[in-house]
Ligand binder design. Sequence first.
Ligand SMILES: C[S@@+](CC[C@H](N)C(=O)[O-])C[C@H]1O[C@@H](n2cnc3c(N)ncnc32)[C@H](O)[C@@H]1O
Length: 321
Amino acid sequence: MSRARILGLICLTSSRLEVAEWHTERSRTRPGGDDVDRTHEAAEAQAARWKGSGADAWVAAQGYLDAMYRPFADLLVQAAAAHPGRVLDVGCGTGASTVAVARELGADADCVGVDISETMVGAARDRARREGSSARFVNADAATHAFESAAYDLVVSRFGVMFFGDPARAFGNLRRAAAGGARLRFVVWRGMAENPFMTTAERAAAPLVPSLPVRKDGDPGQFGLADPARTEQLLLEGGWTGVGIRPVDAVCTLPETELDSYFSRFGVLGPVLPGLPEPTRARVVETVRAAFEPYVHGDEVRYTAACWVVDARAAEDAPGR
Ligand SMILES: C[S@@+](CC[C@H](N)C(=O)[O-])C[C@H]1O[C@@H](n2cnc3c(N)ncnc32)[C@H](O)[C@@H]1O
């Protein structure tokens, strides 16, 4: 792995995971629907963002994001090498991992990326054309899309499955798209506390922007699947089995020249920043930039991304709910 050190740590098996509280179908049975309403509102906000400015930001930053998150695409490529077959890449974005997997599988590759954002899918198709890849792309909500059943032997995702309002149902939908015994591999973020780089901007800006949204682990969004016990339970509910979850730390880098554009576009600050009155906006940028200083090493910004690699198998006899 060229630009990053991947440190595989502990493998958490199903039996050792404790089941935590989660905002899914079970929450519906609890008296009062506040958690359910909040989760669905958050999921709708995420979908709206990906269909709008979130996708624009991602496409504009595609060059350095490709390099920054390359270690995690490599993990999906490894799964494809171990389990070649028909591949579905969920929340494929601009198609970096879909195209990488298709490249690994060679001339016979049958790889499809699905994404809720038309902009992302457009950029993914452009990428596939540019790189002469056979990868194909579908613009749809992976949680509810009527995929052909049993059409995939491997379902993968790099940071594309944390946004669902009802994750168990969404994983059930992906289970139906998968053939019996098909493999699942995805990468998601561990919690906010373990990813301080990712929350630097909002922590620094909060005193200056009291209206800044406060996010927490488990909400649909970047840290939506931070709790491995909950993730395992959601997968089991969705008809997946043999769940294995292990932490992976990767050192990620981006050019120092892109740092301002990075924190101005992404996270919770990105959408809020353009609407701030000018004197405040400039102060926020200055304050946030200073907060990132510990991560700046010459012309490079460097941080550790703390993630989970999740593996599972489509249960032969449980078609997902
Ligand atoms: C953090 S980006 C990751 C993109 C890509 N996998 C990558 O690593 O470059 C998350 C992607 O998931 C997509 N997404 C979010 N919710 C989705 C859903 N319900 N169905 C399909 N795609 C979704 C977004 O549009 C976005 O492209």
